[in-house]
Write a protein that binds this ligand. Structure first.
Ligand SMILES: Cc1ncc(COP(=O)(O)O)c(C=O)c1O
Length: 398
């Protein structure tokens, strides 16, 4: 029998968490159950793109909850039709399948590519993915990921994924054979520590995949919905992928994800894909509210400018403390710490009421709300400056 000795014990212990319980959020701020306030530069891992509890999302969910929560995806509902139209109208894609998590959207992208291979490429099923890539935690998406820590887990892996090196076209070419159907990548590898694919590499990849009749799949679960200063990252490179997945930001905090495809790639037949909660109106209402804000040219322009401001403030901070490069785009940035001190900085920042993320021991990642203010950025920089000064002093003492 499970004995619940502490309130935390009733939850499966799947990750190390601070013994803090959050109860409220507003914009860039979170409050715990003791009333302590935290400045949040993680935002649910680039999820709450309009900040915590934005009125437009809260109102949309509340209104939708009173109208219709779900009639089942066996029937059309007006809310999912409206969101699909908004996504198709603002992108290069023709059709959408809604999912409930990024991993599920990517699982759908993998299935769609395999279906395409069966229909159009003599049963080809292999997908070239990338070392360091992260696509989710289902068995297939873990297999598609190039995260070292996943390698020994849950063997045997799903076959059919070959790993190339980011920004190395020759490594992709070397993996293409008659069984290859697609190339799949994050345009910026987020979990690996914010490593961008160059625009030139993305353009070359598009040309290569076209030459071999392969599908190009962009996992924009972290980079999509304004995160990098354009609505979708592929716009930076001036190319159009065949398939794109969205998650995180699209729901503004609720579990909503999407698989988008061009008409040519959207080849599912009845029975291939589905799910009880897919395209449910409650989540789609949040998605419509998010798209109505984020797709506004002024909003995107402001987010891009804020990204440049954060980047330059981080560069100044780096210069002051003798740290490394600032990389990434828009409001998905990383600071190279040059030393494995990320976890210690994150822990000190948490104690001081500042939420930061260290995706790799020697890097900090910044993914604030897209509407974060310059004052909030200045406050975060001050907080980090104080910690870095202390860490520097400690390093000198050691
Ligand atoms: C690029 C990318 N793909 C897929 C996922 C998986 O999304 P989810 O955690 O919603 O399943 C993530 C989550 O961090 C991600 O960053």
């Amino acid at each position: 029998m499970l004995k619940v000795a502490h309130p935390f014990d009733a939850l499966m212990d799947i990750t190390a968490r601070p013994q803090t319980v959050f109860v409220r959020g507003e914009g860039s701020w979170l409050w715990d159950d003791t009333g302590k306030r935290y400045l949040d530069f993680i935002q649910g891992w680039a999820v709450t793109c309009l900040g915590h509890a934005p009125a437009v999302v809260a109102d949309a969910i509340a209104a939708q909850a009173k109208l219709l929560i779900t009639p089942s995806p066996a029937y059309y509902n007006d809310t999912s039709l409206k969101l699909a139209k908004a996504l198709v109208g603002n992108s290069c894609f023709d059709q959408v399948f809604f999912a409930n998590s990024g991993a599920e959207a990517n699982e759908g992208a993998i299935k769609l590519a395999r279906k395409y291979g069966k229909l159009h490429k003599g049963g080809a099923f292999e997908i070239v993915t990338f070392e360091g890539g992260f696509h989710g935690r289902t068995l297939a998406t873990m297999s598609a990921s190039g995260k070292k820590a996943f390698e020994p887990l849950f063997e045997p892996k799903v076959p059919g994924f070959k790993k190339a090196k980011l920004n190395d076209l020759a490594s992709v070419k070397a993996l293409i054979n008659d069984n290859t159907v697609a190339v799949m990548l994050e345009p910026i590898q987020g979990e690996a520590g914010v490593w961008p694919a160059s625009d030139q590499f993305l353009q070359e990849l598009r040309a290569l995949t076209q030459e071999h009749g392969l599908l190009l799949i962009f996992d924009e679960i972290q980079t999509g919905v304004g995160r990098t200063g354009k609505l979708f990252h592929y716009e930076h490179a001036g190319i159009t992928p065949d398939i794109m997945t969205l998650g995180k930001g699209i729901g503004g905090g609720v579990p909503l994800a999407a698989l988008l495809a061009t008409e040519r790639a959207a080849c599912f037949e009845h029975g291939d894909q589905g799910g009880t909660f897919n395209g449910n109106p409650l989540m789609c209402a949040a998605g419509i509210a998010v798209m109505a804000e984020v797709a506004k040219p002024d909003f995107l322009k402001a987010a891009a400018e804020t990204g440049l401001f954060l980047e330059s403030e981080l560069q100044k901070l780096s210069a002051r403390h003798g740290l490394g490069e600032v990389r990434g785009r828009g409001l998905l940035l990383a600071l190279d710490l040059k030393l494995p001190i990320g976890a210690s900085i994150v822990a000190q920042a948490f104690d001081n009421g500042l939420l930061l993320n260290s995706p790799q021991p020697d890097a900090l990642r910044f993914m604030p709300a897209l509407n974060v203010t310059r004052e909030e950025i200045a406050e975060m920089i001050d907080g980090l400056d104080t910690i870095l000064t202390k860490v520097g002093a400690a390093r000198r003492v050691a």
